[in-house]
Structure formats: C-alpha cells, structure tokens
Ligand binder design. Structure first.
Ligand code: SF4
Ligand code: SF4
Length: 187
C-alpha cells in the first residue's frame, strides 16, 4: 500500500513521546550536530524561539560527562513538551494534505524527512503515525524517508565505550515526580 498522510493530520509535529522510559522525559525532534546551526538560523529568520537540548553523547570514561555529542533534540513549545516550534498552528495556512503546515518544510531536519520510519533495527513504521495505525503497512512511496533514515543511522555509528542519553525533565504535569534531568549513562 502506498503511504500518504491522513487528511488534516499533524499529529507527528504535535505529539511527543517519553523515550526510552518516562523518567527520561519527552524527546524532541532529533537534530544532527551538523544541522544545529542551520536550524538555529532558520528560527532566527522566522522570529521563532527554539530550545535545543543534547540527546545522545559519548565518552571513553564512565566517570566523565560525554566528550562528544552525537545528536541534539529540538523541544516542543508546550509545557508538556508537545508541538514543534516550527508548526504553523494559526489555522491560516494548510499543508498539502490539509494539516497544519511546517514553516520550514523544504529545510526541515533530516529526522522529519524520515517519518513515519523509525530508527529501530530493522527499520519499521512508527505505529503511532495515524496512517500506520489505520493501515498497519506501507510499502510504496517511502523511498526518500528510507534514504533520510539511512543517513541518520550512518551518522550515529560509534565505537565509543560509553553512550549517554540526556534526560529532558519535560513531560506531563502528573509525571513531574518521576522525570529526571541531565546525562544518564546507558547500561
Ligand atoms: S506522518 Fe502520520 S502522523 Fe504524521 S501527519 Fe502523516 S499521517 Fe499524520
Ligand atoms: S520541523 Fe516541521 S516537519 Fe519537523 S516536526 Fe517541526 S513542524 Fe513538523
């Protein structure tokens, strides 16, 4: 079945999930180090405030903080971590499938170009995507998404001994007590 966005859907630019567990907080849109200054520049040009936090770091020493960052993440603008700052929710404009449009669509981060494919091994469809939930499968019209995901996977390959994940401390009001903040070593 050919993949196409569900009419009027903007869910993947709005809803953010806890990952890998609730204590790590909600994640943002993955931003590669080489994309960071370009995205910051686009935000400035569009007069949009963004918050980019680290996501994955590496080190050779388990007692130090990461010495290199492999990926950052752009956080949502709502207190609970939802809604990308670049999503135009004014209702004045529509995307081609009738959802809220992305203000930087042509220059959006590589991670946005991969969706609804996700970085699991093997590559899978994110079952939270509205299309995937409804149709369960898609095997056509995903070539550019596969290409983008492979580019990200290639950038994330590392031989480092220790891998760290940044806990964002951002989440729903009722989850505040369990949310952690800062670097956590992956065991
Ligand atoms: S990729 Fe999926 S969740 Fe995102 S807008 Fe399209 S149908 Fe909706
Ligand atoms: S940058 Fe654009 S495509 Fe990516 S999450 Fe934000 S609004 Fe959606």
């Amino acid at each position: 079945m050919e993949f196409r966005c569900i009419d009027e859907c903007s869910q993947c630019c709005i809803e953010r999930e806890y990952y890998p567990t609730k204590e790590f907080g909600k994640i943002g849109v993955l931003i590669l180090p080489e994309e960071k200054s370009r995205i910051e520049k686009l935000a400035k040009e569009n007069n949009i405030e963004i918050n980019i936090l680290p996501r994955i770091g590496i080190s050779e020493d388990r007692n130090s903080n990461p010495t290199k960052i492999l990926a950052y993440q752009m956080m949502g603008i709502e207190k609970n971590g939802n809604t990308c700052p670049f999503l135009d929710t004014s209702g004045k404009n529509k995307s081609p499938h009738g959802g809220f449009p992305c203000k930087i669509y042509k220059e959006r981060p590589l991670a946005c170009m991969t969706y609804p494919l996700i970085e699991n091994d093997p590559i899978t469809l994110d079952q939270k995507c509205k299309f995937c939930k409804e149709h369960k499968t898609a095997d056509e019209n995903l070539n550019s998404e596969i290409e983008s995901l492979l580019k990200i996977k290639e950038k994330m390959i590392t031989n480092a001994t220790f891998i760290w994940r940044f806990a964002t401390s951002i989440g729903e009001k009722e989850d505040q007590a369990v949310l952690k903040s800062g670097w956590i070593l992956e065991e």
